[in-house]
Design a protein. Sequence first.
Length: 417
Amino acid sequence: MLYKRPIGTQDIIPDTVGEWRYVEEAFRSLADRYGYGEVRTPIFEDTDLFLRSVGKETDLGSKEMYTFEDRGQRSLTLRAEGTAPAVRAYLENHLDKTDKERVVKLCYLAPIFRYDRPQAGRYRQHHQCGIEAIGSSDPALDAEVVSFAWNFYAAMGLTGIKVLLNSVGCPVCAPGYVLKLQETMKTSLDTLCEDCQRRYTENPLRMLDCKVCREPMQAAPRLVNELCEECDGHLDQVRRVLDALDVPFEMDYNIVRGLDYYTKTAFEFQIQGIGAQSALGGGGRYDKLVEKCGGHPTPGVGLGMGIERILLARQNAGLSAAPTARHGVFVVALGDAAWLESLKLVQELRLAGVRADADYRRRSMKAQLRFADNESFAQAVILGENEIASGILGLKNLENGEQVEVPRAELLERLTP
Ligand code: HAM
């Protein structure tokens, strides 16, 4: 019986891991330069943490979570998104208590689990790199988060990205808007899709970004016209700083995001060619979330970027991380007597920091050299009975085929770096 990986998941194998590492390392490096420290949270959390933060009525909260009961009858959920766990860790580890004035900046690279219909660019286990800045309501921080993603995508070589910006208001102005929206759409409810008819009562804002109902939703009032003075001023400032940071953005009044915790700024990055959905990344402000998770009122803003979608976009653009240059030494053992010696030498080289290997199939010299070449070793050491007796080894450059004799004691210093 051959097992298959679960639907909507992917294996990352040595052939593909180079691209993943490239993206991950670039993310860690940029996060470090922006002052975001890495958090690693458990792969499962209390189910209620997600329900309270993301919202029970959202797609994620109502039908996409991987929820299970453990043997102690606790309801747990596989990480459904990265923000709530980061906020939970921020509170549980008292990151807020060390310095009340400080903006706590956190970043993560983590697998995320969502039970959705898999398709190109949409998985049941995907990975996000994300940043969260907790502790300031300054619109400049919203702009920093947006510019972080903009600069990260540029570092990934991606072009043609749209930055879509909106404000979803706050508890002062959003509820009034929702009533107005429901009032306007009441008469044309039967022209909306089945999902939106449900959203009309359960999560009315989500009708705005429904791809099916674009036409009837054109009649909807604009939330941006109903913002309170504070939200309006905040949005203006975010725009001003984004202009100053040279981040080209467009206002898109239908960007409402799928999670309940957003207040004020909401944004999305889109690119063509990554499957039916075009969101490369997205995020926004969540000024009520820390409070909802049991902390003191503390504003925050953050962003999540899907790694698989970055990889797809890079593939579409014909981009790939440079292959690793030839490096390391392959020890070619000739005959039984040399075999044990070769293993000792391989270990010695590895412990000295050199990539080294031997042939565990004990093939001919020709076959071993061909293998070493295919595996991108830079050099090969030839070790037979004569070499052991004389203490002089053959050192072959696998790129140009040149071979020199090297005393064993000098081997390490004669290796190409
Ligand atoms: P999200 O929009 O649900 O936001 O996900 C962020 C990104 O993860 C998406 O833009 C997309 O690139 C990727 N993504 C989401 N679902 C899938 C999937 N099923 N398959 C492949 N990629 C996917 C959040 O999760 C928020 N926590 C972001 C955030 C951080 N907001 C504030 N801070």
